[in-house]
Design a protein around this ligand. Structure first.
Ligand code: ACO
Length: 321
């Protein structure tokens, strides 16, 4: 029994902000951002909530999978930027969709979040416990950015993607690997909200995402190819047999470096960071939906999904479409 992705969906906020738009509010340029990251523009949530984006993405996935919300057994939402601390994004999504029979909880593994949620769903499906699971990855990271720090705020975008997974005899997830390295977590962090406890006197107050870009870069280009090689080997396949690689969209140079290390042509690595930026947990499912809607995925195709990010965390799965 395998876990098959039967439907995908995605949603981006209406407001598109180009690099040139950013250069009007901070000291940056299209040339700097594009040459170092490949990013040309991103969508930023101005009116949307994360649950509204996630619900739109979920509706697309449910429709393609021909599943009604009330038939869902489980909702897993991967995010680090839910609208509220409580209730969770997944429970809010359950309410929005009317998925009254589902159990719902969030997973936070930063940019690896969708991979980890998908891999969790896979375990539930293969155990026979649940049959219809909605997996969502989405972020409104723009609210966690320090808009005075041009080295991070230009990199990220907002959006959500979703997949409905169900058991299948023939197609689906063939192998997965995941990993974490908490000892190196300091290279990408966001300490969070202000501590209101009257007995705490040394709270640093509100803070935003901070990143040691070069360390994150080194981590990604070393770890991601290794994780993909392990997953492909575990699936009993050769790298040449993989048709498409859907990677977390952090930076075009990271993707090019991974492709080079795997000796796979860049044509097998679709990207959307040029118009979406880095959507963290949303980036893999949004790109997967792009590829699906464009007809780039045919039944039987072999696909690698890979995520990596804060924690540090990383994960890769190989599946047949
Ligand atoms: N516009 C113009 N200049 C800038 C900008 C900007 N937006 N940001 C930084 N600079 C300047 C810096 O101030 C610095 O100037 P200085 O030399 O006068 O001090 C100069 O550009 C170089 O800064 P660096 O931070 O050293 O730039 P670097 O070449 O390392 O590129 C980048 C930064 C693109 C973030 C790179 O480190 C990288 O690709 N890292 C990978 C990390 C990543 O992609 N993270 C995404 C999130 S994490 C994830 O999803 C896993």
């Amino acid at each position: 029994m395998k876990t098959r992705i039967c439907g995908t969906g995605s949603a981006l906020p209406k407001r598109e902000v180009t690099n040139d738009d950013l250069s009007r509010i901070m000291d940056t340029s299209d040339e700097w951002i594009k040459s170092r990251t490949g990013i040309g523009s991103r969508h930023l949530a101005v009116e949307e909530t994360l649950v509204s984006l996630a619900a739109n993405a979920a509706k697309g996935a449910l429709e393609e999978a021909n599943v009604l919300p009330k038939d869902l057994d489980m909702i897993l939402a991967a995010t680090l930027s839910a609208d509220n601390v409580l209730p969770t994004l997944s429970c809010e999504l359950q309410r929005e969709l009317g998925a009254s029979n589902a159990v719902a909880f969030d997973i936070n593994a930063a940019c690896s979040g969708f991979l980890f949620a998908l891999q969790t769903a896979d375990v539930y499906i293969r155990s026979g416990q649940y049959k219809k699971i909605l997996v969502v990855g989405g972020e409104i990271l723009s609210k966690l950015m320090d808009w005075n720090d041009r080295s991070t705020c230009v990199l990220f975008g907002d959006g959500a993607g979703a997949a409905v997974v169900m058991p299948d005899e023939a197609s689906g997830i063939l192998s997965s690997v995941q990993g974490s390295d908490g000892a190196r977590g300091g290279v990408l962090s966001c300490p969070g909200r202000k501590n209101n406890n009257p007995y705490v006197t040394n709270d640093a107050g509100l803070s935003f995402v901070s990143m040691d870009g070069q360390e994150v870069y080194k981590f990604a280009v070393r770890t991601v190819p290794k994780a993909i090689m392990e997953a492909v080997e575990k699936a009993g396949l050769a790298m040449e047999e993989i048709d498409l690689f859907i990677l977390h969209q952090a930076n075009i140079r990271i993707i090019e470096s991974v492709a080079k290390r795997l000796k796979v042509p860049m044509e097998k690595f679709p990207t959307n960071l040029e118009r979406c930026g880095n959507i963290s947990a949303g980036s893999v499912p949004v790109l997967l939906d792009d590829a699906n809607r464009k007809g780039m995925l045919k039944r039987g195709d072999r696909v690698v999904l890979a995520g990596f990010g804060a924690g540090l965390t990383w994960g890769a799965s190989v599946l047949t479409w």
